[in-house]
Design a protein around this ligand. Sequence first.
Ligand code: TPP
Ligand code: MG
Length: 547
Amino acid sequence: MDVTQTFAATFVDELASQGVEYACVSPGSRSAPVAMALQRHPKIKVIVQIDERSSSFFAVGLGKVTGKPAVVLCTSGTAAAELHPAVVEASYSGTPLIVITADRPPELQDVGANQSIDQQRLFGTAVRWFFDPGVPVEIPGAPRIWRRLAARAVAEAAAGPVHLNLPFREPLVPPPGQVPSAQGDAGQTITSGRTQPTPAQLATLASALQRSRRPLVVAGEMRDGERLAPALMRLGFPVLAEPGSQLRRAETGGSVESYEALLRAGWSLEHGPDLVIRLGATPTSRALNSWLAAASPPTFLIDPDREWRDQDHLARHVVACDPQALLEALPPANRAAWRDEWVSAGKKAGAAISATLISTPIHEGHIVRALASRLPEGAQVFVGSSMPIRAADSFWPLAKPQQRFFGNRGASGIDGLVSTGLGVATGRSGVPTVLLLGDLSVYHDMNGLWAISRHGIKATVIVCDNNGGGVFNFLPQAQHPDVFGRSATPSKKRRRPWSWFGSNATTASAAIACVGRRPRRLYVVRKSRTMRLNSSGCSRFGRWAAS
Ligand SMILES: Cc1ncc(C[n+]2csc(CCOP(=O)(O)OP(=O)(O)O)c2C)c(N)n1
Ligand SMILES: [Mg+2]
């Protein structure tokens, strides 16, 4: 058996024994040795997609929901460059991902050979680890070396993307009928753990809390944030948590509904914190960030991965340790009255918003509220960038048990959102998944829709069709319609890929009522001045997605 084939079988076997479950593979010739090994491995599920950009975002979705790296494999040349946006999102959101680009061997580099480009460190500083082992060669102990490469890639990808560039010489496939087998012993163990707080870290925060009368917890996006809920419940502080933190739920004891409304109103001026504990990514809400920046209270940024997510430079204390261990070790401080003030003000604000929604023209907030009221327990929502993520932050009430929220907040692109959401649906296929996306975002990743029917993915896609990039209405550019008009966006017919496949009218509320019951559907909720949620204004895009 040729060494290339043996390398691929051994390398892939070690990926599987390190826990890799999914491989997103795009067609190509140079990548054939690894593609064949992935297809043949009994423990790896292969998802084939033509468009490498969609494929790599799909893998990011898998990484976000499973917490384990999915493999993305593509051939050499521009195919490799298509992976860059997803690598960037994975990098800035700390998402596990292993990117494998097949390459020409050294003798075909820089000599004008077909489909060969410089793939060395193609993704620059966006990857946690880059390695090019050279073409596979038979040397003593080779299987150990190949297995170490796979095991290290999985370990290095625990909280971000890894890039392996693998050059291969021909022959790329064995003669028909021959199947390569993996060599050497599988299952090297590589262990790591969360960083525990030091006594000094604990003492500094504990004594600051002792002096504080109005402590506040602010939680941004965190993949596994729900594990912090019991510790927060015990501490008993008010918690301003965006949905993607997984902490906007009753189990924290202090989650404040509709806090954005409180911050925009004068109420918050008299209820400023004298200490802030920040968890997770920088909050999405502009109102929250500016309120915190204006108040600039002593801030503890809990930063286990040293990511310095502190755009307003407010953190006086950056604490690099596991937040759960830190919160659990803090002595309790009774601030129940202060917490209850926030929680009950939030409840009133939430009720006032519900009342207002009855009489206002439909906007993203209506869709978010309707979706939240019908979404089953245990469901997951992938929220797109631009208005959907902001609407979810402003309008989503407390989440039901086990509900989880995802988004591409690493780099906030509007690319790859269909694919990332479908990756989330695939990685946890036992629960209903809803994608809430803007119309331009769906257009941008139209190729991603292909996976729904090709791979039988069960997900409901709700498109907030507001006739282009609605977010721009809120930006100063809107004051210059001569240059920043909607002419910058594609024509309606082009922008609405669903219209190419025909659509049946249904109501927005009917579409949302189907969530969980009838997955594999794409619904379009149109925004117009006159429409209400229960009037006809939603197109159903069923046949094609369900076929
Ligand atoms: C890849 C990428 N290109 C451009 C942008 C800039 N951008 C931010 S929001 C937006 C418009 C999005 O439109 P849509 O998906 O319809 O969402 P809406 O604003 O209507 O909610 C654009 C182009 C971006 N974030 N990412
Ligand atoms: Mg839009």
